[in-house]
Ligand binder design. Sequence first.
Ligand SMILES: C[S@@+](CC[C@H](N)C(=O)[O-])C[C@H]1O[C@@H](n2cnc3c(N)ncnc32)[C@H](O)[C@@H]1O
Length: 363
Amino acid sequence: MTAQTIDPALAAAAAAATAAGHAPVMPGEAVGALLDGASDDLLAGVWLDGTMGAGGYARAILARIAPHGGRLIALDRDETAHAAAAGWAAAWGDALRLVDGAFSALDEHAGGPLSGVVLDIGVSSMQIDQDLRGFSFMRDGPLDMRMAAHGPTAADLIATAGEEELAAILFHYGEERASRRIARTLVAERAIAPIASTARLARIVASCLPRPKPGQINPATRSFQALRIAVNDELGELVRGLCAAERALTPGGRLSVVTFHSLEDRIVKRFIQMRSDDAPTGSRHAPVAKGPSPTFSRLTRKAITASADEIAGNSRARSAHLRAAIRSAAPADPRDPMTREVLRALGAPDIPALQAPLLRIAG
Ligand SMILES: C[S@@+](CC[C@H](N)C(=O)[O-])C[C@H]1O[C@@H](n2cnc3c(N)ncnc32)[C@H](O)[C@@H]1O
């Protein structure tokens, strides 16, 4: 693990959250898609979990690869995940290497070929359940929302973004239909006093929307999700992470990705489709130019979703989609994925006026 100082309060909160239990979503399916049918050579190789969280997937992978001499790199950009890993990681000795970093650079973190990559995108209960992290409208705390301990917070974003930019974030990343009204109110409210707490943000958002009927979600849900996605550049991370996996995976290696949001699922679906041997060829009138040789073949034709039993026990599983693919021997596509053309093809929202921390568009 990269040396770092972990705030004792965060470490204690992470330990408590782990004890309370982050239930991994579709662990059998996600790890099965990664490992079932893998050759002995692959099993003995190096695997990477790009979103370690509470280590549910990581431990399941280790249990299957360690007997074959396989090793796992477990990555997370949140120091509390690393603090929580102190409780279980040592038992795996040299079979496990913990890395504090983002999965967009997973090939650089790995430093060599990988047998498989699993990504379980989004936030963990360890993050949501800590008031100090500012992810939840259910808990009052500082309006932070960062997974890593650096970069602008949600409070910074709200304080500095233009009204149009805020509206675009809320609309595209949260599918919030009242995005313009909320953005206008945020700009008016921040002129009175900085919007620095989750409770104040939740009150402002609620004031812009009709009172929810019984059974409807909290009106702040969409806005909190949108700001979290923007603060953590989650879509940019995903696009870069998929390309990094393409660069790092050895022929026959597996990619298994679980998403919780339709925007993310669309990106994963289209990425695998574009890179696979059954990519759409277009019509006679509008043929799609043939790209480089396919780098993946699909393992899942339709996304796998959680069973009714799992959803009954863990409501987070409701929106989960799992897609998986096998790497071919063709060279990785060397082109920069962060161009408007590629992002459009992947179905990522096209918000050209926007700057970092949103999708950073190179051209
Ligand atoms: C849903 S949880 C993963 C849970 C995990 N599969 C388990 O079994 O416990 C997602 C984790 O991924 C981390 N994460 C999200 N985006 C990341 C990124 N771009 N790079 C590295 N870690 C990331 C979050 O900090 C969080 O801990």
